[in-house]
Design a protein around this ligand. Structure first.
Ligand code: PNS
Length: 166
């Protein structure tokens, strides 16, 4: 039985992320979607909100579980009997993703598979979505409907000065 993790910050989850999860589901028996914190990014949603949103979106697959993770991804993999890290790969991310995959393999031997991002989502990233939404642009094409609505609501409430847990 092969178990893979799809890790990410998913802030917010995009159609591109869900496409990678869907394709991973076809390759392995079990998928854990692990919501982590990228310490170099300012979060729009709390980690619990991101888990909640992903859990709703992933309910369509019976072999996908969504969970939080903290600390090193390789430690999460060891603790959860994960064989493979599965990640979407955009051309621009190759250098950094390769470096992380090699570091992770060096640390515990866990390997990474890269799925080329679907061409229609190749330009979509959560960071760009946050930037476009923050500056008043329409992000509905890049996100599931409920996530787009929550993203626009969050940006509006943040602009209005609502306190948030990040
Ligand atoms: O969606 P992102 O921001 O690309 O996700 C990045 C994430 C959270 C998967 C990555 O930052 C990560 O693996 N963080 C855990 C800490 C860790 O293991 N760091 C060493 C990486 S070699």
């Amino acid at each position: 039985m092969t178990r893979a993790v799809c890790p990410g910050s998913f802030d917010p989850v995009t159609h591109g992320h869900l496409d990678v999860i869907k394709r991973t589901v076809r390759i392995v028996d079990d998928v854990l979607v692990a919501v982590g914190t990228n310490i170099s990014k300012n979060a729009l949603f709390t980690s619990n909100e991101r888990v909640e949103m992903l859990t709703e979106e992933c309910a369509q697959w019976s072999n996908v579980e969504v969970t939080l993770f903290e600390g090193l991804l390789v430690d999460f993999c060891t603790a959860n009997d994960i064989d493979i890290i599965s990640k979407g790969l955009r051309a621009a991310d190759l250098g950094y993703e390769l470096q992380m995959a090699q570091m992770n393999r060096q640390l515990t031997g866990v390997d990474t598979i890269f799925l080329p991002t679907a061409p229609q989502w190749a330009f979509v990233s959560s960071s760009l979505v946050r930037e476009v939404a923050t500056l008043g642009g329409d992000v509905t094409a890049f996100l599931p409907e409920r996530i787009a609505a929550r993203t626009m609501e969050r940006v509006a409430s943040r602009d209005a000065g609502t306190a948030r847990d990040v």
